[in-house]
Design a binder for this molecule. Structure first.
Ligand code: MTE
Ligand code: MO
Length: 187
């Protein structure tokens, strides 16, 4: 068993939910929502809102950790689990990395193994309310074991790749992996 503390090193607990992004907050209605996945998968998808809602829905309560040093405990998310999403798209054996593409032009990368975890969700709801525009609604993935920059707001497209492809912040000095307990903040 790991005895890692709940609050990662260098982090401060907040009750607020700060907003950080590149400065554009795209307004995507549920009617306009589409989520596509392509690349090294057996079953590319193109989901509208109804397709997304027709998937099994789960609730997870997880902590989030931002590289700017705030952490927020006990966020209640609802949406589609990463495990279910992967069971639908069926990554090929060669698929080792993922890139999330967002409506504001943001991208972020992570190993498929980091997404394929029991606490990862494509969330449409936070603490009982629809995911707000400022926090990336209608849908954003939440990867609690990595810094929050890995959780792309306003996600529209997910690709599965053989080789890693660093995203917006990863090519601008942020750590490629971003584990808060190892303080993988920069470089
Ligand atoms: N689409 C998109 N997703 C994004 C970002 C962004 O600029 N655009 N910023 C990232 C960064 S750096 C952080 S810290 C978190 C902030 O999420 P929040 O605004 O919900 O707190 O979103 C991440 N996801
Ligand atoms: Mo950030």
């Amino acid at each position: 068993m790991s005895d890692k503390p709940r609050l990662p090193p260098g982090q401060n607990l907040t009750a607020k939910f700060p907003v950080l992004d590149l400065g554009q907050q795209p307004a995507i209605s549920q009617a306009d929502f589409r989520l596509t996945a392509s690349g090294l998968i057996e079953n590319p998808i193109d989901w509208g809102w109804d397709d997304f809602q027709a998937q099994p829905q789960v609730n997870f309560t997880t902590d989030i950790h931002c590289v700017t040093t705030w952490s927020r405990f006990d966020n209640d998310w609802a949406g589609v689990s990463a495990k279910h999403f992967l069971s639908v798209v069926k990554p090929l054996a060669e698929a080792k990395f993922m890139v999330f593409h967002s409506h504001d032009g943001y991208t972020t990368n992570l190993p498929l193994s980091a997404f394929d975890d029991d606490d990862v969700i494509l969330a449409h709801t936070w603490n009982g309310e629809p995911m707000s525009r400022e926090h990336g609604g209608p849908v954003r993935p939440i990867i609690p074991k990595l810094y929050l920059w890995k959780s792309a707001k306003w996600v529209k497209h997910i690709t599965f790749l053989k080789d890693d492809a660093p995203g917006y912040w990863e090519v601008r000095g942020y750590h490629n992996h971003g584990d808060p307990w190892k303080e993988e903040r920069f470089g």
